[in-house]
Ligand binder design. Sequence first.
Ligand code: BO1
Ligand code: ZN
Length: 261
Amino acid sequence: ICLTYQAEWSYKYETQWPGVCRAGELQSPINIMTRSAVVDYHEAHIRGPLGFRGYGDVKVAASNNGHTLKWSNIPDTPAPIVSGGPLRGNYTFLQFHLHWLSEHAIDGMKYPLEIHMVHIKTGLSVEEALKRPDGLAVMGVMGMVHSGGNSEYALDQIMPVIPDLMDRTEKDIEEKTIDMTRLFSPDPQSYYTYHGSLTTPNCQEVVTWIVMDKPLMISDSQYKMLLEVNVGARNNYRSLQATNRVVYRSVASCSAIIMPS
Ligand code: BO1
Ligand code: ZN
């Protein structure tokens, strides 16, 4: 009889993930069924469109943590803030990272890439945020592979550091100022939103998910380089979880609004 011990979780052994990952009811990612998504017109009306402040100049440090490529806001430098839409109050940007393939699906379709912009309820510590249902807000943007056109533009400022991140890094590298609006969906007011979890251990159910409807374009050669990055497995996405809940959509994602009488 052998007792084995895993030092760290991996995408290869998802069934052995610890924490809420094994037992949760509000887990992420999910398949978003667009025809079942409902507009909460009253709520959306109160908090209005999403508000984005300070995303044009963000000082970040990059790393490969063995699971993903991540660009983190440098502590004590100004951080962007998102508010409005489904959010109560402000959420401060912490980091963005990449999943290939996408984690969420939209009408059963997965995309080659999903960018996660992780935000924390302004004023809370991470420890506090991980204990509250409204502690974090993550914006998800899908990426679609395209050759030619302007498809280099979106990832242009984050690609140069990737050759130095092919393997797990001990420390964050290269502090650089980037324009995060390049990573935004072509229509950032058009989104699906629901209450879910972190998609990695310990899968705490503390996330207001805002998944953008319209994908951005990334180039063929950029995507090829991403696929070469060592994240301990070939891909770094969690499998789809049971929906069990209502998914909302923004008013802007509707082609027409029919008011109840
Ligand atoms: S995700 O966006 O659902 N894939 C996701 C998954 C895990 C985290 C964040 C987002 N982890 C948390 C860590 C904290 C850390 C925080 C911000 O990310 O649990 O320790 O401070 O980087
Ligand atoms: Zn993520």
